[in-house]
Design a protein around this ligand. Structure first.
Ligand SMILES: CC(C)(COP(=O)(O)OP(=O)(O)OC[C@H]1O[C@@H](n2cnc3c(N)ncnc32)[C@H](O)[C@@H]1OP(=O)(O)O)[C@@H](O)C(=O)NCCC(=O)NCCS
Length: 394
């Protein structure tokens, strides 16, 4: 049970008049103070009509919002996904149940819009499981000691294949390439040009973008000298490539930036990235953190499981709470047949997207087969390659 003082708090859709207070709550929650210019870029990138506020005595004390996104399913279909974002509660109102109320309001909004999936990036790993979200992939943070790196094929990027642009000038080219790349891989999300403009504005000045016909990379260098030796820090902010040639050409470009000591990347190098395989010493791509990635909540399992591909001709009855549905190559339909696999809500997203096997989820206590032979059948039916990745921060 949560604090009864909350009865005086109104939960309602946001209006344009709330915008400055919303930005103030968000700035304090994330220690990220916005200038007027960055507020203008943020405002253009978000859908304020999808924001919900908690108001106490005319003050906005909590906020959450949503982007209308699309996710690529195993097999290539695209499904609408409510991209939960801007979740923040004022210091004065924390641990009184406001997040519970905001998440319930967003669930209703998503259901009203018939969006079968919801997704988010979490600030901390312990918050969202209780709301039925499960992480579908892992986010790999890496550090690379650049002066030690040698590529297996020590040639420069093929002449003319990569063009260097200033961050803000590169947005249309980045958008076109992102939109192609995200359709080609399960787990990746759509984004808007306004989102890219905002990212490039917030990272400026000094963002460099390398654009290839089939991808792009964006990075920022913070200059540093240590005892007279160049030791600048290069942070890769964005990366996408639809072909191995683009991936390699872009990494050759990043690794050839002079005067750099260490390269770091939070989302650019995926869990199964081929970058280490391009290097003489693959260990130089040091994984500094392996974190939860995109969290997905499945609101409409029948629509969601009908939209993905399956790998075998078997069929299984999945169950979660009071819902039961039959999945097979032929699709997915509600059923009254007895369950083969009982799922905790947190298992639905990872299983749907092919991010975790039924066996792995059973080991975590997030699903249980009704017969021992079900787990290998489920692994074969629901497993999918390539495994999901998700590089959008929102
Ligand atoms: C995280 C945050 C939104 C929680 O808001 P809140 O109104 O205090 O949350 P609630 O009181 O509704 O609590 C929700 C539940 O999550 C738990 N919880 C809250 N913050 C948590 C945290 N940081 N880690 C783990 N659990 C947390 C609460 O204990 C509560 O548990 P219960 O379901 O057992 O009651 C708030 O602390 C905040 O604004 N933090 C800074 C910004 C941030 O991290 N936002 C999330 C972005 S993804």
């Amino acid at each position: 049970m949560h604090n009864t003082e909350l009865v005086s708090i109104e939960i309602r859709p946001a209006t344009e008049a709330d915008w400055e207070q919303i930005a103030a709550v968000d700035s304090r929650a994330f220690h990220n103070y916005m200038t007027e210019e960055s507020m203008a870029f943020a405002r253009q990138a978000l859908e304020l009509d999808r924001f919900i506020v908690a108001v106490d005595d005319d003050m906005v004390v909590a906020v959450c919002g949503a982007y209308s996104l699309e996710i690529t399913m195993p097999g290539g279909a695209l499904l609408p996904l409510t991209g939960v974002t801007w979740v923040g509660v004022s210091l004065t109102h924390r641990r009184q149940g406001l997040l519970h109320k905001l998440m319930a309001a967003l669930d209703h909004q998503a259901a009203d819009r018939s969006e079968p999936l919801m997704g988010l990036r979490a600030s901390e790993g312990g918050i969202y499981g209780r709301f039925g979200y499960g992480s579908i992939n892992r986010m790999r943070e890496v550090a690379i000691t650049q002066p030690l790196v040698r590529m297996l094929e020590p040639s420069p990027p093929p002449s003319g294949s990569v063009q260097i642009l200033d961050g803000r000038d590169a947005v249309p080219a980045m958008f076109e390439r992102w939109d192609r790349a995200r359709r080609a891989h399960p787990g990746e999300l759509s984004r808007t040009e306004a989102d890219l403009r905002r990212r490039m504005h917030d990272a400026a000045p000094g963002v460099t973008v390398a654009v290839h016909a089939d991808g792009f990379a964006a990075w920022k260098v913070t200059p540093k000298w240590t005892n007279g030796l160049a030791d600048s820090a290069l942070e890769v902010l964005e990366f996408c490539a639809t072909t191995p040639a683009a991936h390699e050409a872009l990494w050759r470009t990043i690794l050839s930036v002079d005067l750099v000591g260490e390269i770091t990347a939070h989302l650019a190098v995926t869990e199964y990235d081929r970058l280490p395989a391009l290097l003489v010493e693959p260990r130089l791509v040091r994984t500094t953190a392996l974190l939860d990635g995109l969290w997905v909540k499945v609101l409409d399992p029948v629509t969601a499981f009908a939209a993905r591909s399956y790998r075998t001709g078997e069929e299984l009855v999945l169950a979660c709470d009071h819902d039961r549905w039959l999945v097979s190559e032929a699709g997915c339909a509600p059923t009254d047949a007895p369950a083969d696999l009982k799922l905790d809500a947190r298992a639905l997203g990872p299983l749907l997207m092919g991010g975790s096997s039924a066996t792995a989820l059973a080991e975590l206590g997030l699903c249980s087969p009704t017969r021992p032979e079900v787990l290998p059948i489920a692994d074969a039916l629901l497993g999918f390659e390539p495994r999901p990745i998700s590089r959008l921060m929102f």
